[in-house]
Ligand binder design. Structure first.
Ligand code: NOJ
Length: 529
């Protein structure tokens, strides 16, 4: 593949970084109250440095009623008191930087919390109404929502207020959508970006990046008719060009949450004067099948090449089924629509594949996102229904298990209460039985653990250099590629063991070779040619 090569200069760090996603609420509990916090993260920075990651992406840590895990922001310039203070966040950013780790914050421009001052003033009848999408209802008495749009969490995308008007929320009712046609909304977000860049953050993740702009007529959505009334509208590019100019003043970078099936439309967000990177959801949702993975990799590289943007490689995040669980199921793809309680899972198989997938993704050209606990091989937990907090569960009428199963507080120390998460009382989400067997302290001593594999892989990964990817001829079901420096990655997804290409050294393997020196099923190796 002919994607351009980019030297790993310090200011281009994001082109090949390993970025660790921190879900603060579940990372480590510094004050023992059952909820993870910034003190917990600060205490664990040495762990993250030892893991070898280049940057941390923090899911929203702002003041929030936590109706959607913090993606309902009441004040973008304040840290939620459950997590800490702004002064602590500043210290955390600086301490991480001293360890060579950059910080990425999560900005949520599509919506705010219903507790945000703007929305409260809007409800009180103030001019702030114009900052949201308020409309009269349809029907004789306005009893029907203004249009038929559905919330991404299920149910109508409209809620009626006391005076009879309705407001739009593409997510939960506690997350009213902002009106991006209003100049004050643009000004406010440009100011928020500056606020965080001034505090030393190196990057910003943009939540729901393709949803901000709505057709002002708010027409009903008609399948197949372009443009969509609220997905991927052309006006968005203006917004991101203005954001890019701000980021450039600070040397900051963006990663967009852009879920779009159309590769060409997706790549538009990555033009040189827009976002630096975007999450690769095609790879993240791809099943564990050689042909599908190769196609996903090829398409990813092909769509990024013309705009000169680096690819990102993602196996999971705080919204989707954890990797070892997904790969241990009959259907190894990810799809929100097919999530169900009680799906049979072979965790040993899933873990074996997740180990191979780790070596695959860390060998590809671009940056890699690692969701906290992925390096521990944590499985998706089945949360007892009465403990579920995720609005996706409630708005599906209880059919969807929701996303809490991948948000369970981390196990740090096997012998301590709550696996060393740090809480004195039960953590905000229950840890399943056996959680302590995944604890960091146990895995750190085990040469065969997932943690040891990730540490080794991240340490060795620079041997791949920054050259382009070239596929090598292989039997069906086997993926093999090399990068410019003559290091190879080989992954066997076929049912039978595979012969390895000629090599001088085995650098790292996700599992041992068989007795004949062949690569077993669901195994990956890195070789020096
Ligand atoms: C995407 C975030 O990743 C998800 O957790 C959140 O619920 C929605 N955006 C709404 O902000």
């Amino acid at each position: 593949m002919g994607q351009p090569s980019h030297a790993r200069t310090p200011d281009q760090w994001w082109r090949s970084a390993v970025i660790h996603q921190v879900y603060v609420r579940s990372f480590a509990d510094g004050d023992g109250d059952g909820t993870g916090d910034l003190a917990g993260v600060r205490a664990r920075l040495p762990y993250l440095a030892e893991l070898g990651v280049d940057a941390l992406w923090f899911t929203p840590w702002y003041l929030s009623p936590l109706k959607d895990g913090g993606y309902d922001v009441a004040d973008y310039r304040a840290i939620d008191p459950a997590f800490g203070t702004l002064a602590e966040a500043e210290k955390l950013i600086a301490e991480a930087r001293e360890l060579g780790i950059r910080t990425i914050v999560d900005v949520v421009p599509n919506h705010v919390s219903d507790q945000h001052v703007w929305f409260r003033q809007a409800l009180a009848g103030g001019p702030e109404r114009a900052l949201f999408h308020f409309r009269p209802g349809r029907g004789a008495r306005g009893e029907l929502p203004p249009n038929g749009w559905r919330s991404q969490f299920g149910g109508p995308a409209w809620t009626r207020v006391a005076d009879g008007d309705w407001y739009l929320h593409l997510f939960a009712p506690e997350q009213p959508d902002l009106n991006w046609a209003h100049p004050a909304v643009r000004r406010e977000h440009e100011d928020i970006l500056r606020f965080w860049f001034e505090r030393g953050v190196a990057g910003v993740r943009i939540d729901s990046a393709a949803l901000l702009v709505k057709d002002p007529r708010l027409p009903d959505f008609t399948e197949g008719r372009d443009p969509h009334p609220y997905v991927d509208r052309d006006e968005l590019h203006d917004i991101y060009r203005a954001w890019r100019a701000i980021a450039d003043e600070y040397g900051g970078v963006f990663v967009g949450e852009v879920w779009l099936p159309d590769a060409e439309r997706f790549a538009r967000y990555l033009r040189p004067d827009e976002l630096h990177t975007a999450f690769n959801f095609s790879f993240m949702t791809c099943p564990w099948e050689a042909t599908r993975l190769r196609t996903s990799i090829d398409e990813t590289l092909a769509e990024h090449a013309p705009v000169g943007a680096p690819a990102t490689w993602v196996l999971c995040n705080h919204d989707v089924t954890r990797t070892v669980t997904r790969y241990g199921r009959d259907d190894t793809a990810f799809d929100f629509a097919t999530k169900a309680f009680g799906t049979p899972t072979d965790l040993a198989l899933g873990t074996r594949r997740a180990r191979a997938a780790a070596l695959l993704s860390l060998a590809l050209p671009g940056s890699v996102y690692l969701y906290q606990g992925e390096e521990l091989g944590l499985p998706e937990a089945e949360i007892p229904v009465e403990r579920i907090q995720d609005p996706m569960h409630f708005r599906s009428g209880g059919a969807d298990p929701g996303r809490d199963g991948c948000r369970v507080p981390l196990p740090w120390a096997a012998e301590e209460p709550y696996a060393g998460f740090g809480s004195r009382a039960e953590p905000w989400l229950p840890q399943p039985a056996g959680w302590s067997s995944y604890a960091v302290d146990r895995q750190a001593r085990d040469p065969g653990s997932m943690l040891t594999l990730y540490r080794e892989a991240i340490r060795i990964r620079p041997v791949f250099g920054d050259g382009p990817l070239t596929w090598l001829p292989t039997p069906d079901g086997v993926l093999a590629f090399t990068r410019a420096e003559g290091v190879l990655c080989v992954v066997n997804l076929a049912d039978t063991p595979a012969d390895l290409p000629a090599h001088t050294e085995l650098l790292l393997g996700s599992a041992p070779l068989d007795a004949d020196g062949r690569l077993p099923k669901d195994t990956a190796v890195w070789l020096r040619a």
